[in-house]
Structure formats: C-alpha cells, structure tokens
Design a binder for this molecule. Sequence first.
Ligand code: ZN
Length: 250
Amino acid sequence: MDEVSRARALVAEAHRIVVLTGAGISTESGIADFRGPQGVWTKDPAAEKLATLSHYMSSADARKTAWQKRLATTVWSAEPNAGHRALVRLEQAGKLHTLVTQNIDGLHQRAGNDRQRIIEIHGTLHEVVCMSCGDRGPMSETLERVRAGEEDPPCRKCNGILKSATISFGQSLVLEDLQRAEQAAIRCDLFMAIGTKLSVFPVAGLVPVAKRRGAKIIIVNAEPTDMDELADEIVRGSIGEMLPRIVEVE
Ligand code: ZN
C-alpha cells in the first residue's frame, strides 16, 4: 500500500477530523505564499515590514502602500481549487469537525465549507477593523474609498486607523479562536495538516496536542515540515492532486 492509500484508510476510520491548512492549499489558486521561493516576502522584504503592526500604526506611507497592495492582491480574483473542494466533501461525509486555517483568503468559505466550522486563526482579508474603536466592516467598501482617492481611509465612526482584519506581526492571536482550535485538537481522532510547514507557533503546537491525546496525524505538504516525526502518514506533492485522493469518501 502506498502512503496515499494508507492516509485514505486513516480518513475512512476517523469520525472526528480536525484539519489545519496553510498557504500551500491556496498556491494552486494563484495566491503566493509568504516565505517560499516565490513568496511575497522572499521577493519583497519591504512587504514583510508592512505586516508589522508598529510600523503600520506609525507610518502613513506604510499604510498608503498597504492599501495599494490590498487593491492589487490576487486574492480578489482567486477561485477555490480541488484541494479546497476535497475538504467540502469531507464535511459532507460528516467527518470534518473543525477547519483551522492560517490563510486569510476566505477560499474555504467560498468553496462551501460551513462558516461555523472554520477558525481563521490569522484573521481575514475580507474585513477591515478600526484599531481605535474596534468597528469592523467589509473590505470591499473600504477598497472603494481607496479607489475613489482616499490614500489611507480612516474609520468613519472615530477617525481611527483602519487595517485589514488580519493578524499582523506584533499582534496577538484572538484568544477565543486559539482556545477553540486547541479544544478541537484535543478531541479529534485524526488531525490533518495541509500545506503548512508547521513552523509558526502557537498554531503548529496543535499537532503535538492532538498526538498526545491519541489522534492519528496526516501531513500533506510539498516540502518537509517541522512536525514530520509526529506524523502517522506523510504525503508529498501537489495538494490539489493528493487531497482529493486521500479524502475520497463514498
Ligand atoms: Zn473607529
């Protein structure tokens, strides 16, 4: 039996699956990852600085540049791919308990996974948040203001600084989201990590949490990850090709 067949057997036996996804599941939708060879930050180190909260808050120029990048990102035209769709089938089969994603692109929702099951641990690019009053709204409305000429549109309620509702460097994760993800990892019988190097904590720590509680671990990623030694099965290769074969559910 090859590793895909063995991984499929683990999925068939499981009743309560937690999936963690990273940038690798969205690269086949045309969304660049951050630290890979073609990554956003690899090719443009200044962009990494823009993602630092203190820099964003202190520099109007940084915010202008950030708004232009938000206008231009490929996220708005990206479509879910075969990897995203495979996770919808896993949910339809009644096996997917929680889908934790490090991605901010909203493609799991677009593919059709139940929003209630999705934890966007690094936030979402589809909303903006006011850094002063906490007011939230759709990104599309704020981008309309940028298109109409506002270079750094302020909050309409309090004039505070607006930012995408993503977790920047120097910004804490949402505690409630993290706790929900940990509880899901504690109670699952199979944990699948897909398209992530498992190098960013605390999210990567969900893998050992699940393992200690007796869950099986499947890792699907093009490259080796930092948690490979904990895996029961490792599947390398294109996620869009591999994942549909692994979660083949009748
Ligand atoms: Zn405000």
